[in-house]
Write a protein that binds this ligand. Structure first.
Ligand code: NAD
Ligand code: MG
Length: 384
């Protein structure tokens, strides 16, 4: 079998490192063409020495020389910045681009890779939240595959295999509820970043962990699902399921519901996106029904966790609103991690930013990138 050449953008993060574990589990299937990282030079260099990619990209320009000198003995091209990412994804040898960058920084590289005819394994949900219409238009035009890595979307994607003839009635996105499930606003008013960073079921990067605690992650996922599966808002329900065993469900027009289950381990959706349409045998831990007496389901509390409601309404308004929501959220999450805004204050800033910027229609990538910058600037004005 010819090896699949993979570019991993965001290789040093939580998804990136787990993707490399999947590569390790299948040494005959994959070859790494690109490894990119943000700031963690030591890990990026270590990964490059091990996987010997054709290209390494370090986001921070100031670290370029350091990476170059540490990889001087390898036959590797070292590039930097977004320009570097936009250049390397064009290489004809690449079959699949796994985008595991966090935030709207992933949008440009996703678009460029699609334009170059690459299939995308998408962890970077912000790509679709910010510019879903533009991105899915490119996917159609260039005839590439958009393979979801987010566990909920992978679950839905898996439930849809073999159902190409059958319309979706609705989907149920499951949500763990995060560390503050069941808590009220009085409790949330005083929570610290240390509390918010402790997710009950998943170990992930800091930004998505805070998003999970605030339910913004589920809001972003609702928008991601709209674009991936071409759904209306009333076809997307969120169900709180604390055990994170059912990763999501699809209900068809005869009322039948299909669910995808498994242990909460991102290696499974990552692997499926990398081997699709095949399922490759692995030795990862298996689910044991006897260990779980019951699986619980609840309605989400939209009054306490306002972000989910904000995301639904941004999606329904459309245009620039999801882009503004995402940008303001990135700003407040970074501020919360620096103790510059309270947990509940995050939703206030997002809501004010949305109302100040107002609805606009966007079309080109530049429009979206400018809107992202403007929303960041406005959101900053509400922070000390
Ligand atoms: P992370 O913070 O652990 O890793 C992010 C990666 O992107 C790192 O390699 C970092 O160096 C790089 N990066 C950050 N900013 C960058 C920039 N401006 N330019 C280039 N590279 C940059 O994040 P993560 O938890 O791995 O999440 C990555 C993406 O996957 C996010 O969009 C997240 O929502 C999504 N996701 C993650 C999980 C999970 O379990 N971690 C699950 C589902 C979806
Ligand atoms: Mg998810």
């Amino acid at each position: 079998m010819k090896k699949k050449n993979i570019a991993i953008l965001g290789a040093t993060g939580s998804i990136g490192t787990q993707a490399l574990e999947v590569v390790d589990a299948f040494p005959d299937r994959f070859k790494i063409s690109v490894l990119s990282g943000g700031k963690n030079v030591d890990l990026l260099v270590q990964q490059a020495l091990r996987y010997q990619p054709k290209y390494v990209v370090i986001a921070d320009h100031q670290q370029l020389q350091q990476v170059k000198s540490q990889l001087a003995k390898l036959n590797v091209q070292v590039l930097t910045g977004e320009e570097g990412l936009l250049e390397v994804v064009q290489d004809p040898e690449i079959d699949l681009v796994l985008n595991a960058i966090v935030g709207s920084a992933g949008l440009g590289p996703t678009c460029k890779a699609i334009e170059c005819g690459k299939d995308i394994a998408l962890a970077n949900k912000e790509t679709l939240v910010v510019a879903g219409e533009l991105v899915m238009g490119l996917v159609k035009r260039h005839g590439v595959k958009m393979l979801p890595v987010d566990s909920e979307h992978s679950a839905i994607f898996q439930c849809l295999v073999g159902e190409e003839m059958n319309p979706i009635e609705k989907i149920y996105l499951t949500a763990s509820g995060g560390p503050f499930r069941g808590k009220g606003r009085d409790f949330l008013a005083t929570v610290t970043k240390a509390q918010a960073l402790k997710h009950p079921n998943w170990s992930m990067g800091a930004k998505i962990t805070i998003d999970s605690a605030s339910l913004m992650n589920k809001g972003l996922e609702v928008i991601e699902a709209k674009w991936l599966f071409d759904l209306r808002a009333d076809q997307i329900d969120v169900v709180v399921h604390p055990q994170s065993i059912i990763h999501s469900m699809v209900q068809f027009e005869d009322g039948s519901i299909k669910a995808q289950l498994g242990l909460p381990d991102m290696k499974l959706p990552i692997q499926y996106a990398m081997t699709y349409p095949e399922r490759a045998a692995n030795q990862f831990e298996r689910f044991d029904f006897a260990k779980y007496g019951c699986l619980d389901f609840h309605k989400p509390d939209l009054e306490t966790f306002r972000n989910l409601q904000l995301a639904y309404s941004a999606m329904e308004q459309g245009g620039n609103q999801p882009c503004v929501l995402n940008a303001a959220n990135e700003v407040v999450v970074a501020a919360f991690l620096e103790d510059r805004v309270s947990f509940l204050g995050m939703s206030d800033v997002i809501e004010k930013t949305l109302s100040i910027i107002g609805k606009q229609v966007l079309s080109s990538l530049d429009d979206y990138l400018q809107c992202d910058q403007e929303a960041r600037r406005v959101a900053q004005t509400f922070l000390q």
